[in-house]
Design a binder for this molecule. Sequence first.
Ligand code: LLP
Length: 431
Amino acid sequence: ITEQDINQENHLLIGGADATQLAQQFGTPLVAYDVSKIRSQIKAFKRVFEEKQVPYAVSYASKAFSAIGMYEVVAQEGGHTDVVSGGELYTALQANFPVEDISFNGNNKSYDELVMAIDAGIGAIIVDNFHEIDLIEQILSTRSTSVNVLLRITPGISAHTHEFISTGQEDSKFGFDLKSGQARVAFERVMKNSKINMRGVHAHIGSQIFDVHGFVAAAEKLVDIVADWRESFGYEVEVINVGGGFGIRYTKDDTPIPAESFVAAIIDAVKAKTEALNMKMPEIWIEPGRSVVGPAGYSLYTIGSRKDIPGINAYLAVDGGMGDNIRPALYQAEYEALLASNVNAKSEEVVRIAGKYCESGDILVWQQALPQTKPGDVIAILATGAYGYAMASNYNRNPKPAVVFVEDGQAKLVIARESYDDLVHLDRHYV
Ligand code: LLP
């Protein structure tokens, strides 16, 4: 939070709009995105590639937050997007996202999902395993179209992050194993099929990573693989996709480098290595999710009940919780919160910000210094834009919150709040 994010009344501003007014207008819990932050992060990624004159794709990993309005913003900024399900693909297509700029990741894409992607004319399928090659061959055998693929490879690099969100280590469910030679076998199989265009290699080592070395090592490993295949098979693929995973700041304990600086290091490493091996500079694709939407998102809640346990703790309960942000419960993720109506007020106490769900683990922030608050005050939790709404559930049959995009002080609903009718919409009477 900088001075620009606070107005004269000491209220939090989101995209130029007063957060307390957003809460009033749209209700809480509310997810509000400062769209200019999304735009400027995509621009920053693109700028690095353009300055270093490297062909590229900045492919927003839409699992972090998938919504029609989001795909529209990414398309406006000239970004590509990555989807991991038929549902995300459907949403992107509903947004008229240029289909040739969509890639499709996932370790168990179904036949139907692959048909949908191929028939839509998807830009690239990031093939994960042999079963998927079987399915793609089967689908293409009854069609005259072809499809671009990248092969996802497990590079055998463990990124230092939470175990559940680390994906590049050898013992992983994702991608073709390198050591046992699976990646080479996959390459040969794909090359034999004239309807499958072998475009490149892909690796994603994990998420919320702060150390640039893992990315550099993975990128270098991918160059090695391309070189190895060129040597063995006489064909040099032209795309290296290093995935996403660039870490962001959630609390004051997090001090990441700017997300685009990871990319600069990756480009330099690939340049150096390809020059040394006398290869042509490949296209570099990245798939950032969290870094694009995380810092841009705010969760607004209204304070309700309070429980004081003298000498032990104070629990301040809000009207949302693990249903709209599962990350604290699932990953022990930490966030910072503030009082939207008095951002710079002196802290007077340390409280736990609890959700309203019927579970003891439904705590959004375990220790937060705040000024005195009262029921009805609006609390903002910062940097909730990635994997918040995207992982929301209807646990306890709570409706999912509304989502607004705010830019130049103007707020626009991009996902309406769920109603109780929405909740029972798919239920059928039994008796
Ligand atoms: N590409 C691939 C193939 C991925 O699996 C992921 C994330 C990304 C790109 C984007 O990574 P990002 O830039 O967002 O770190 N739910 C977890 C994060 C799971 C990430 C899964 N894959 C969380 O809330 O921390």
